[in-house]
Design a protein around this ligand. Structure first.
Ligand code: ZN
Ligand code: ZN
Ligand code: ZN
Ligand code: ZN
Ligand code: ZN
Ligand code: ZN
Ligand code: ZN
Length: 1755
């Protein structure tokens, strides 16, 4: 085969790689040369040149040079042919079976809960989507970076280890053997090349000389060229570094930022170049300045330029190798072999170990390259992974120590790789057996922790460093990883090694046993709360490790017994202090206890007892496996010393009791927290639970009386049960009572809590079910709440799913809230009031719930304990404490005190517990009697409880005391329980008697039973009677109620009927009329037949002063709180660039795209204007005084919260009354005769020209002259317009006027984003515009919600709209009439046939509804006569409205016809009705005027169809507008939803013919010129020619973008997201705009934008365009919705995705699969369309002040 030299130059084939200089014939290709020497020579020559410009590198240029000078020749040599072609071939020949994708921070990982061996086994999104696991129970999580995809690793998955992509032969390769074998020559070359490359990399990375290079690389004269290099660390913030750089180097902010970003990314950066001295000086300066702001100086070095260059190139070579590794397994193997090769006879570590050991000293960028290289080589080859793991463990201690003193995050440390090796079961086993890894890890722990050891060799974490300890935890984690998979087969070696490790681990626990002792503080409160978090955190971390150790031990009998012995020894060693004290003796009811004195309340005590608890854990496992029978072989009975084992856990429980009794008040919060965690779900398994078990062990092995005496003594209650009068000190008495309660509770637990495998014969599932049952007995709970209350195992599983459906049923959630589980009825009997995992509040809640339930079911309220499972043999003796003398004494004493009413000596809770213990005793005896013959049952609770004692104290037995107890008034609530116990006594008695001789008292027995039964029956009957009585009572009341109701109707019958009749009459009259004219007179809004305004007297109550006031023109103003905002909710073109500030904007004409409007909303709350002003001022004052309180709202911009509902508002709308108008039909008739449209037009024209002539006299002619063609009727003159009726304008009170101006100015200011200016000429335009736009928004909402046009608005919408329209009508009066006229004339320019101004837009460039509203509202200004403010009379305005409306309607029809001209029929219709024909003839006309551009081939029915559909929104808006303007009631049909009926009703209400084309017909002569003008418009023509596109009608209704049903689709999208501005692979926060679907790069400097001199984040700047400042985003990786407004406000909102339990998952913390909830998404849609986003933000900020800290601007 030819070698590289023979093939000649290949540069041409290299394409893009062809570089500035032709590749020189590589010397190293010659076999005669020593490759290494040649290679280094080449590098020495090129590298310093290539990387010379370090300060300002041209990255692309550098890369080009590297390729040409070094990499290309190198590859040519290595492959022996053209590299590109060769690699291409390799690539195609197949891929590895392992995916090995390395995760970046924030990437989503998937784990299968069914198949993953442990939760650290994860898949990348590609593999997951192509695997079988996507249909299993999976979890999604965000990677912290540094892990890699386990697809293909057969040890990681119980099933489906390969996705379809990585399955052999899946990628289309025909070969079975998926990897292409490299030929021998290439292998040979690799073996020559790799060692030199690797050696160079290693040498350069660990190079420490800052001035010199290795000899081989030094070829040129050394120049004095140095860099001052700054390194990244985790101590200094971004700002610190920028500050230090600016100060030290005197550079600009921008430059400093640039450096800082690069340092953060790469880990280091040259910040100054120059001579050695100057760099050294810069270094000192930077250090000095950084010390000013932070305790530590920044890490700065001065490096020679050549050193810097070679180090840089070494990394480049590293990534080159990394790339190479992915191509072939052979490459990987050769690479690994070389990396692992140790120099013969040398003690030095191999290459890879060298790098590992150097890891903590490398900068961030270098570490990343190195770790990726390890992933792509060692971790892809199982055999070498093992070798790597061996090396890793070899240096484990050193590596961990380096890491602990390192200052980089864990994922940047090589130690983070442990999880990749330790969790692989075979590797773990190998490492334990061969490398003794457990011992290594625990020894590491012992070596890194000594700084926390006190003089007794116990840990003490006071004043610990959080960061350092967190680093120690990672060692603990390694222990957890190594123990994750329990071996199934034990070899001798494994057993020995494990035991060795366990013993070593016991040494760690020994340092914890009894650590951080505390002593009760008496007199003074402690000064500083001691640190407690560290110790508790370690306990949490250790919990599962302890459990795993116990499980490992238990899997082998030999091992279990031996480890038990070791553990026992360790406990004993720790229990030796206090031995010096003399034993004392304690007597009670004939029993004595000898013990060494100790008092929890006076002597030191510790809550940390991991050794004792491990022993307890091993003990129950002994019991479970039966190995306990061999225990004596390993621990002799003399050594066992059970009293000593019990001692420490007992002290701990007593401490808890004393804390509850407030005896430790002075020890502060830290103790309270410790006690909390002691019992909390996160710790309790290896703390509290085990202590109870230890007491159970004690109770099973000790004499019961002695045991109880010990308990009494430790609880310091010995005196309380002797007949010694306690003191009168109330506090002390209370303390005693609490202690007694606590002790009784512990006794209940010792006897009753048997749900532990080994203590009784239960399974783990039984245990979990019982936990869940008790949680659900409190209340129905969400899935996540249950999960949180259950302990997690080492795989973060609770086992919940396996059992939940056996005990509970799921209830789905509504639009808000979450789904819950409810307990099944049949499980209620399992309820145990004294469940040991209940907190005090849970206990009382559960008791309350259960009693309530029983009451509702009409049952007694007794809640006796459920029968517990039998103890296993090893624990069977525990029950003896129930019937021992001391217990009887305790029970009797307490009952006696209750009966004797010594109220201060007992509590109800205490008696409840006594009753519970009694019940337990009776249940036990009953169960035993049912199982075995009576003579074998030695458990004689009944006997003891019914026996009379001889002493005075025992004179009364328990049974008798119980009878008396029933009469104690304070214990009324316990009566049912007492009865239950009495029945139990009877049951046991009968069982005893039945099985003993029948002769003994058989008759008396049955009699007694009968008697009892009859009392029982009696009570039952009584209860029944009561229930019946209650039912009857309810019935009676119901009857009375309905009687009252009937009465009311009777008395008011007349009234009802009268109104009905009256209505009927009216209707009848209407009908008569309507039959003649077919028109409903009262329900027409426009023209001569206009119906009357329906005006109710409006009396409003001010929400501030609560006074009522009627709305009148002349009275003081009432106002509605309102919020004005810009809105893009209706836009038809989101890509249009919005003008952000409207300084030069002319808002008179609205573009038909409706790109951005001004919306006015109100919460509907009314105030006096004066009251509101006072409120607003007070608030302003208030906030000014509280300067540092961040404000929710912007007072400068007039914002405030509605005083009643706390909605965010920024202005008020004055409430203006509607002017009542009624038309005299005779007048109307008369006017109708004369005032045709043509005539009306002329009159208007004359009037307008008149004005312009008048004005022209004074100033420059402001109005263009009208062409006064047409009839030229000379009778018309300037004043003709007045002859059809005028009236004087309404006189508004000054306060109303003031409010009109105020509100109008706000609309102007907000809508145009300009400074307020009351005199601006655009104020009226904005008024009309917001009125029109708001109506369009409401129409849109009603339509999308499928609601009828009238009668379905919310109250707030209704009153807001009403006020807005009336305001818009009245606003005219506060502006100069000339101005209004000027605007009106411009508006009319679009509509009038005989006038067109210079700036009159084309027909296709305006929204007609906006024109209509503007024209109608401004029209009265034409009636203005110098100083006299007149307005049209009712009749006049009826005609004005009619004609204006007809003209705009004609124009709109024309718009629709033109825009749909290009429509092609989708379906054929044979409809050739009247409308279709009219349409056809109309089209023919239009065709003429457009010189044929308009095709007359369009079928008439299609045109009609388009018009009818397209015009609906406009008609609906017009109906709303005129209704709110005039107050004329709409036809009934508009109060319902019906397509066809609606159209007819609208036409009738708006005085339109239903065949709309008739309108043209009717006005043909007048309209003809107009039509011609419209058609001749160039824009129209271009549209008809198909050159431009006009907006289609009806406009599309906006919706939030469509979201995928499955959330992982979104995650998938996000994972493919690439920031448009930067190519680095740093963590990104992809965010989805829900308005337009844009994916943005949020919270990242790369995508910030400079808007008006301010840096805005990608979201904030997008929102300005997309939503006019208000926007809605979905943060995909966090699964949260973000609402933002402007630059300063925003809030989080739950995403509309739910898991199968009906819960959201913000932050993907739980990681369950999520699915879209349509209802919730719809709710978000409404939030947007109702313009309530701002309101939602304000509300959330008010309740949730946390978000203030967030800088929304940079989102
Ligand atoms: Zn993968
Ligand atoms: Zn895969
Ligand atoms: Zn699976
Ligand atoms: Zn008021
Ligand atoms: Zn309100
Ligand atoms: Zn958008
Ligand atoms: Zn970006």
């Amino acid at each position: 085969m030819a070698d590289g030299a023979d093939r000649g130059p290949v540069a041409g084939a290299a394409g893009g790689r062809a570089a500035a200089q032709a590749p020189e014939p590589a010397m190293w290709c010659d076999e005669r040369f020593d490759f290494q020497a040649t290679f280094l020579q080449c590098l020495a020559k090129h590298v310093p040149n290539i990387y010379s410009a370090e300060m300002d590198p041209l990255v692309e240029k550098q890369e080009e040079m590297v390729q040409a000078a070094i990499l290309y020749p190198l590859e040519c040599y290595l492959f022996g042919e053209d590299p590109d072609m060769f690699l291409e071939k390799l690539q195609q020949s197949g891929t590895s079976q392992l995916c090995g994708k390395v995760f970046k921070g924030g990437e989503t990982t998937y784990s299968c809960r069914d198949c993953a061996v442990d939760p650290t086994c994860v898949l990348c999104i590609d593999c997951f989507q192509n695997s079988i696991h996507k249909n299993h129970r999976y979890k999604m999580h965000s990677s912290t970076g540094g892990g890699f995809c386990d697809c293909g690793d057969t040890e990681a998955w119980k099933a489906g280890p390969l996705c379809t992509k990585h399955e052999p032969g899946a990628s289309g390769s025909p070969k079975e053997n998926s990897e292409c074998q490299l030929n021998e020559e290439i292998m040979e070359h690799s073996r020559r090349v790799f060692p030199s490359v690797i050696k160079y990399i290693v040498d350069m990375l660990i190079w420490e000389e800052e001035k010199e290079l290795p000899e081989e690389l030094t070829i040129r004269e050394k120049v004095d060229s140095y860099y001052c290099v700054l390194f990244n660390d985790e101590h200094h913030s971004y700002d610190h570094v920028i500050y230090s750089l600016q100060r030290a180097l005197g550079c600009e902010l921008g430059e400093a930022q640039l450096h800082t970003t690069a340092i953060d990314k790469e880990g280091r950066r040259a910040v100054k170049a120059g001579h050695y001295a100057s760099c050294q000086e810069a270094k000192e300066e930077i250090k000095r300045h950084s010390e000013n702001v932070s305790q530590r100086p920044l890490h700065v070095e001065v490096l020679h330029a050549d050193v810097m260059a070679h180090q840089k190139f070494a990394l480049r070579l590293g990534s080159w190798l990394n790339k190479l590794m992915s191509y072939s397994s052979d490459f990987r193997q050769i690479f690994c072999q070389i990396c692992l090769k140790e120099e013969a006879g040398s003690e030095k570590p191999c290459f890879i170990s060298k790098l590992m050991l150097w890891d903590a000293r490398l900068h961030k960028g270098a570490r990343k390259v190195l770790h990726e290289l390890i992933f792509s080589s060692f971790f892809m080859e199982m055999e070498y992974k093992k070798s790597f793991a061996v090396e890793f463990v070899k240096y484990y201690k050193a590596l961990q120590k380096e890491y602990i003193s390192d200052d980089h995050d864990r994922f940047l440390s090589v130690t983070a790789l442990s999880v990749q090796m330790f969790t692989v079961p075979t590797l773990a086993r190998h490492l334990i057996e061969e490398q003794n890894v457990i011992t290594t890890i625990t020894e590491t722990l012992l070596e890194v922790l000594p700084e926390y050891l006190d003089k007794n060799d116990k840990f003490n974490f006071q004043g610990y460093s959080q960061d350092k300890l967190t680093r120690v935890y990672s060692v603990i984690f390694d222990l957890r990883y190594i123990l994750v998979s329990k071996p199934t087969v034990w070899t001798d070696r494994l057993r020995e090694r494990f035991l060795e490790g366990f013993v070593s681990f016991l040494r760690v626990l020994t340092c914890m046993q009894g650590m951080e002792e505390i002593k009760r503080q008496i007199g003074q409160h402690i000064e500083v709360d001691p640190d407690w978090e560290a110790a508790i955190t370690i306990q949490m971390q250790l919990k599962n490790i302890l459990l795993m150790f116990q499980e490992w031990c238990a899997s082998d009998e030999e091992l279990l017994l031996r480890s038990y012995r070791e553990c026992h020894k360790a406990v004993m060693r720790c229990s030796m202090n206090g031995r010096s004290r003399e034993k004392t003796v304690f007597h009670l009811c004939g029993h004595t206890l000898e013990s060494r004195p100790y008092r929890v309340s006076a002597d030191p005590v510790s809550i940390h007892l991991p050794l004792s608890r491990t022993l307890a854990g091993l003990h129950v496992r002994l019991s479970k496996t039966g190995a306990i029978s061999r225990l004596h072989e390993f621990v002799s009975p003399e050594e066992f010393q059970v009293e000593l084992l019990v001692e420490y856990p007992l002290r701990c429980l007593v401490l808890v009791a004393q804390v509850a009794a407030e005896m430790w008040r002075r020890n502060g919060l830290s103790l309270i927290s410790q006690v909390f965690y002691y019992q909390d779900v996160k710790c309790r398994e290896e703390m509290y639970d085990k202590d109870i078990i230890m007491l159970q062990i004690g109770a099973s092995l000790m004499d019961p009386n002695q045991f109880l005496l010990l308990i009494l003594q430790r609880y310091e209650l010995a005196d309380a049960f002797k007949k010694i009068k306690p003191t009168k000190d109330q506090d002390l008495i209370k303390q005693y009572n609490v202690l007694i309660e606590e002790m009784l509770q512990i006794l209940i637990y010792i006897v009753g809590e048997r749900y532990v495998p080994g203590i009784s014969n239960v399974t783990k599932e039984d245990v979990i079910m019982r936990e869940i049952i008790h949680l659900l007995c409190i209340e129905p709970m969400a899935h996540s709440a249950i999960t949180k209350s259950l302990p997690e195992n080492e795989n973060n599983e609770t086992g919940l799913e396996n059992v939940i459906n056996k005990v509970a049923t799921f209830k789905k959630p509504g639009v808000s809230g979450h789904g819950v589980y409810e307990l099944k009825d049949e499980c209620l009997k399992e309820f145990n009031m004294f469940f040991y995992h209940y907190t005090k509040t849970q206990h009382s809640k559960a008791e309350h719930t259960q009693k309530k339930r029983r009451k509702q079911e009409n049952r007694d309220e007794a809640l006796p304990p459920p029968p517990p499972p039998d103890f296993s043999p090893a624990f069977s003796n525990v029950v003896r404490i129930l019937n021992c003398d001391v217990m009887m004494h305790i029970l009797r004493t307490l009952l006696q005190r209750a009966v004797e009413l010594e109220t201060h000596l007992w509590t109800e809770a205490m008696i409840q517990m006594v009753l519970h213990l009694l019940s337990l005793g009776l249940l036990e005896e009953k169960q035993q009697l049912q199982k075995s013959p009576e003579e074998e049952v030695t458990f004689d609770f009944y006997h003891k409880a019914t026996r009379m004692g001889s002493s005075a104290l025992n004179a009364v037995n328990v049974l008798m005391l119980l009878e008396k107890l029933k009469r104690v008034p304070q214990l009324e609530a316990q009566k049912d329980t007492v009865n239950w116990i009495l029945q139990m006594f009877d049951v046991v008695k009968r069982l005893r008697e039945k099985s003993s001789l029948v002769t003994v008292g058989a008759t008396s027995g049955s009699e007694a039973t009968k008697g009892d039964e009859s009392t029982q029956d009696k009570e039952k009957a009584e209860r029944k009677r009561k229930a019946e009585a209650a039912r009857l009572h309810r019935q009676k009341i119901m009857a009375q109620m309905s009687a009252l109701q009937r009465n009311f109707i009777e008395t008011h019958k007349l009234l009802y009927e009268n109104t009905l009749e009256a209505q009927g009459k009216d209707d009848a009259i209407m009908e008569e009329e309507s039959t003649s004219s077919a028109i409903d007179y009262s329900r027409i809004a426009l023209g001569p037949k206009r119906g009357p305004s329906v005006i109710e007297k409006e009396v409003l109550t001010c929400i501030l002063c609560q006074e009522e006031q009627e709305v009148k023109f002349e009275s003081a103003a009432m106002v509605l709180s309102a919020c004005v905002q810009k809105s893009t909710a209706l836009t038809q073109n989101r890509s249009r660039i919005l003008e952000l500030s409207g300084d030069t904007l002319d808002p008179l004409f609205m573009h038909p795209d409706l790109p951005c409007g001004t919306h006015t909303g109100s919460c509907g709350h009314v105030m006096h204007a004066a009251c509101w002003q006072k409120y607003f001022e007070a608030m302003q004052l208030n906030f000014r005084q509280r300067l540092h309180v961040e404000q929710i709202f912007d007072l400068e911009n007039g914002e405030y919260l509605c005083p009643l509902c706390k909605s965010l508002c920024n202005t008020v709308i004055p409430v203006v009354p509607l002017q009542a108008q009624k038309i005299n039909s005779e007048d109307a008739e008369a006017v109708a005769q004369i005032l045709s449209l043509a005539r009306w037009l002329e009159i208007v024209t004359v009037r307008i020209s008149g004005y312009s002539v008048k004005n022209a006299k004074g100033e420059k002619q402001s109005l263009p002259p009208f062409t006064n063609k047409g009839t030229g009727n000379s009778t018309l003159e300037f004043h003709s317009i007045l002859s059809f009726g005028v009236q004087s304008s309404a006189k508004y009170s000054s306060s109303i006027k003031e409010m009109l101006i105020l509100f109008a100015t706000t609309i102007y200011r907000v809508g145009l984003k300009v400074a307020p200016n009351e005199a601006d000429s655009r104020i009226p335009m904005m008024t009309w515009s917001t009125c029109a736009f708001t109506i369009q928004c409401i129409e849109n909402l009603l339509e999308t919600e499928g609601k009828p046009l009238f009668g379905s608005l919310q109250n707030r919408q209704h009153s807001g709209l009403k006020a807005l329209v009336q305001f818009a009508a009245a606003q005219r009066t506060t502006s100069p009439q000339l101005l209004i006229q000027k605007h009106l004339i411009r508006l009319l320019g679009v509509l009038l046939p005989n006038y067109k101004g210079e700036d009159t837009p084309s027909l296709l460039e305006v929204d007609m509804f906006h024109i209509l509203v503007g024209a109608v509202l401004s029209f009265p200004s034409l009636y203005w006569e110098d100083a006299v403010d007149l307005q049209p009379s009712s009749v006049s305005s009826a005609y004005n409205h009619l004609y204006l409306f007809h003209l705009t309607t004609l124009a709109h029809i024309m718009q629709i016809v033109i825009s749909s001209a290009t429509e092609s029929p989708t379906a054929h219709s044979s409809d050739n009705g009247e409308e279709a024909q009219s349409a056809q003839s109309f089209c023919r006309e239009v065709c003429q005027y457009t010189s044929g551009c308009f095709s007359q081939d369009i079928p008439g029915w299609l045109v009609w169809d388009c018009v009818k559909k397209g015009i609906m929104p406009y008609l609906r808006c017009a109906a709303l507008f005129f209704h709110y303007l005039l107050g004329v009631s709409p036809p009934e049909e508009l109060l319902q939803v019906s397509e066809e009926g609606q159209f007819k009703a609208l036409c009738s209400y708006l005085s339109l013919p239903t065949n709309l084309f008739l309108l043209f017909h009717e006005y043909w002569d007048t309209v003809n010129p107009l039509l011609q003008r419209w058609c001749a418009d160039p824009v129209v023509l271009s549209c008809l020619k198909g050159k431009s596109i006009a907006i289609r009608y009806p406009r599309k209704r906006n919706h939030l973008i469509e979201l995928p049903e499955d959330y992982s689709c979104l995650l998938n999208q996000a994972s493919q997201f690439r920031c448009p501005r930067s190519s680095d692979d740093e963590q990104k926060h992809p965010v989805l705009c829900l308005f337009c679907g844009a994916m943005l790069c949020s919270q990242n400097t790369c995508c910030q934008e400079l808007v008006n001199g301010e840096e805005l984040g990608a979201c904030t700047s997008h929102a300005l365009q997309c939503g006019a400042g208000v926007c809605m985003f979905l943060k995909i990786r966090e699964c949260k919705v973000v609402l933002i407004e402007g630059k300063t406000r925003g809030c989080l909102y739950p995403a509309p995705y739910l898991d199968e339990y009906g819960e959201t998952d913000p932050g993907l913390k739980r990681g369950n699969p999520l699915h879209l909830c349509q209802e919730r998404y719809r709710k978000l849609h409404l939030l947007w369309q109702q313009h309530c986003i701002i309101e939602e933000i304000a509300r959330s900020q008010e309740t949730n002040q946390i978000f203030f800290g967030f800088n929304w601007q940079l989102l």
